[in-house]
Design a protein around this ligand. Structure first.
Ligand SMILES: NC(=O)c1ccc[n+]([C@@H]2O[C@H](COP(=O)([O-])OP(=O)(O)OC[C@H]3O[C@@H](n4cnc5c(N)ncnc54)[C@H](O)[C@@H]3O)[C@@H](O)[C@H]2O)c1
Length: 340
């Protein structure tokens, strides 16, 4: 990856913090932005950090003043919070994305070359009509069941389409690369499991919350049924997927949105892994009707054949490695919990 200034929005979030660490390790100068301040240690690793609302034109003026040659657009309102605050979700996830695509196009024209724009999307873009269909479908392909039932899923799907529009329409206007355009690509992530940060506002949060609670000796009430099954991925694999896709040859990318998978687990299987690592864990199941209804429309697993074929995706962390190497070691260290 060349050392061009790289814009990371949503930089203070779970994925943003891990991505910035990885970019800084590679010597890439990061222009970080978020509505919340970055942890000071992380801010020091960035080329510049700018505080602001992604839907505010003033922030975009500042981003253009600094300049950038690559974009990871992570700022978003996640699923559970989006259901509570749909107007906010629309403003951040739709207007913020629209504005950033316009700003990036302006930047690409100024540079006279294409800018790659990576957009973490989600399995929330899928909407399985019933539990029976979810069980029957198992691994869902990119073009199936694109009828999300949440405002989060709808805004993510529209974000993908906006990106596709900008990449196609403006490229037709500017057939020569020197004219500048956007190379847009979306990655549909499953639930992410991080050892270092705690999730907020997502509906797959029961996975990471269960293990972080156990490591601190706190009881945990899981908000979905034990048989609830969706795909998950360890955070280092999510970061690696973004970096791999950044380096892929444009001609290899045959889709504007790719599934990326690692492993699929039921809530009961996550509880079993957590109890294995923390035998004292107190986990109970008290499903919340609204959050349960959301996860019931998400697929059990994703078919990521296209990502494997087009840009060489494969996860480094399977279920065992995720729990027994990545999570167990780092979460114990974080909370100084003893090895049983
Ligand atoms: N965490 C997951 O399991 C998961 C799964 C699939 C996709 N994703 C996607 O990955 C991306 C990053 O998710 P995350 O887990 O780091 O979420 P997060 O909630 O931890 O981070 C999102 C960041 O966006 C920022 N933000 C919110 N409103 C903003 C605004 N108006 N202006 C600027 N910044 C604003 C927040 O302050 C936060 O730091 C999101 O786009 C999300 O949709 C996450």
């Amino acid at each position: 990856m060349n050392s061009a200034i790289t814009l990371v929005t949503g930089a203070s979030g779970e994925l943003g913090q891990s991505l910035i660490e990885a970019l800084a390790e590679r010597g890439i100068p990061v222009l970080a932005t978020d509505i919340r301040p970055l942890p000071p240690a992380l801010s020091r690793r960035c080329y510049r950090a700018v505080l602001g609302d992604i839907s505010d034109p003033e922030l975009h003026t500042q981003l253009l003043q600094v300049g950038f040659e690559r974009v990871f657009h992570l700022a978003a309102i996640l699923s559970s919070q989006a259901e509570r605050e749909p107007e906010l979700a629309h403003r951040v996830n739709v207007e913020g994305t629209f504005r950033l695509l316009q700003t990036t196009y302006r930047m690409a024209k100024r540079l006279g070359k294409p800018i790659r724009f990576l957009f973490p999307s989600s399995i929330a873009v899928y909407g399985l009509p019933s539990l029976e269909e979810k069980r029957r479908a198992r691994k869902v392909r990119e073009d199936q069941y694109l009828t999300p039932m949440t405002i989060y899923g709808a805004t993510k799907l529209y974000g993908e389409l906006l990106g596709l529009y900008y990449a196609r329409f403006y490229r037709r206007l500017a057939p020569e690369p020197e004219a500048g355009w956007i190379e847009f690509c979306a990655l549909r992530f499953p639930g992410l499991l991080s050892a270092f940060t705690l999730p907020q506002g997502g509906t797959s949060d029961y996975g990471p919350e269960m293990i972080h609670a156990a490591a601190q000796g706190k009881p945990y009430r899981c908000f979905v049924r034990p048989d609830t099954r969706i795909p998950f991925m360890a955070m280092p694999d999510a970061v690696r997927a973004l970096l791999l896709l950044t380096e892929a040859e444009p001609s290899a990318l045959r889709r504007h949105a790719y599934n990326v998978g690692a492993f699929s687990l039921s809530a009961e299987e996550i509880a079993a892994e957590v109890r294995h690592l923390f035998p004292e864990a107190q986990i109970s199941f008290e499903p919340d009707l609204q959050r349960q209804a959301i996860v019931d429309t998400w697929p059990e697993d994703v078919d990521d054949t296209a990502a494997r074929q087009d840009w060489g995706w494969h996860p480094d962390y399977d279920r065992h490695r995720t729990f027994h190497e990545y999570l167990a070691v780092n979460i114990r260290r974080r909370y100084r919990s003893p090895v049983p």
